[in-house]
Design a protein around this ligand. Structure first.
Ligand code: IMP
Ligand code: MG
Length: 180
């Protein structure tokens, strides 16, 4: 919009993401032989989830899919720490094995909030799959069961991830830095 667009450098190319998503789906399909419910954490994971659920079908798994929109207060590049449900699931989770799908695991607050909410509603089991993990940024103790890529502390955009709701449509993941 202004002349000060940030500079975006490619971190992970689209074809590398595609290969990794196939591998994640194969691992999940092998671990989940029965029916399960995929809970997609919006908004950031919608692109990843769209590719992952198609890869799951190719790998022989055919989960139910539902969506929950979670938000941390604030719209900058640092999450504020308070997570809330902006739009809830429509499926019942009681008694069902659930796979949570999120874009990126950073402080861990979003994933802890989602996992605990599902367990409180009686989910039989909650596993989690994240495309990206920034392990050095963890503020609460949690690890994902399936991780696409471990990355450093740079802010990243693309493949669903945004900077103030832009750049979600990039087919690669890139790091953002201010032009000077
Ligand atoms: P956490 O609750 O701190 O683990 O943060 C997870 C959420 O923060 C993700 O679902 C993203 O929406 C957002 N987030 C964290 N790091 C980044 C980033 O580098 N780029 C874009 N969004 C991010
Ligand atoms: Mg998110």
């Amino acid at each position: 919009m202004s002349g000060d667009a940030p500079r975006i450098d490619v971190l992970i190319e689209g074809d590398e993401i595609a290969r990794r998503v196939d591998a994640l789906a194969a691992a999940i399909a092998a671990d989940e032989p029965g029916d399960f419910l995929v809970v997609v954490v919006l908004k950031g994971s919608f692109v990843f989830a769209a590719d992952l659920i198609r890869a799951l079908e190719r790998a022989g798994a055919s989960p139910h899919v539902d969506f929950i929109t979670l938000a941390s207060y604030g719209a900058g590049t640092a999450s504020s720490g308070t997570v809330r449900v902006a739009h809830d699931l429509s499926e019942e989770v009681a008694g069902r094995p659930v796979l949570l799908v999120d874009d990126i695991l950073e402080s861990g607050r979003t994933l802890v909030f989602a996992r605990d909410a599902l367990l409180a509603r009686g989910a039989a089991r909650v596993r989690s799959c994240v495309l990206l993990d920034k392990p050095d940024r963890r503020a609460v103790e949690i690890e994902a069961d399936y991780v696409g890529f471990r990355i450093g502390n740079d802010f990243v955009v693309g493949y669903g991830l945004d900077l103030a709701h832009r750049y979600r449509g990039l087919s690669y993941i890139g790091t953002v830095s201010r032009k000077r």
